[in-house]
Design a protein around this ligand. Structure first.
Ligand code: GNR
Ligand code: NI
Length: 172
């Protein structure tokens, strides 16, 4: 287990297309464990392998807020989309920033789980947004490419928030 270094905007690897996974291996299983650890440690709701420098079609997600609904998607393919949502989006590879992004409201995706067993998943709202954000990473697409509003700085409170969830130092 271990934290992986998250690549940031400007790193060429984020712009490359990731390759399909053919078989699960102990190395890839360890990668998935590390991706969850890295995502949870950064308070993210998703992470794609290229963000940790691995150009393979692997995504981890957990939009529960409780860290108790981990989802692994290997070789994900969006089968159907429906509707539209516009909302704020951030990315661990664009730290301290957010912007409005237009996405489908609902998506149906097929993927392999970490045992390479196929499954389908339907999501809406944040889960649908996260699925689209992560599958974009596998194509080298970043939300800043498709944002509909300006790239904004996150609030200072969020920036300074400690790991214990308390506020950072006061400005007063
Ligand atoms: O943590 C994240 N939050 C988020 C918010 C709205 C839409 C997508 C996301 S994914 C992001 C983590 C990340 O960078 N995943 O690639
Ligand atoms: Ni991202």
């Amino acid at each position: 287990m271990g934290l992986r270094n998250v690549r940031e905007l400007g790193d060429d690897i984020l712009r490359k297309k990731s390759k399909p996974v053919k078989e699960m291996t102990p190395r890839l299983s360890a990668l998935i464990d590390d991706m969850f650890e890295t995502m949870y440690s950064a308070d993210g709701v998703g992470l794609a392998a290229p963000q940790v420098g691995v150009l393979k079609r692997i995504v981890v997600m957990d939009v529960s807020g409780e860290r108790d609904q981990p989802i692994v998607m290997i070789n994900p393919e969006i089968l159907e989309t429906e509707g539209e949502q516009t909302g704020s989006e951030g990315c661990l590879s664009v730290p301290g920033k957010h912007a409005e992004v237009k996405r489908a409201q609902r998506v149906k995706v097929k993927a392999l789980d970490r045992n390479m067993v196929p499954f389908e998943l339907e999501g809406e709202d944040l889960l649908a947004r996260c699925i689209q954000h992560e599958t974009d990473h596998l194509e080298g697409i970043m939300y800043v490419d498709i944002k509909t509003g300006p790239l904004l700085d996150n609030g200072a409170e969020e920036e300074e928030e400690g790991e214990d969830g308390t506020d950072g130092p006061s400005d007063q």
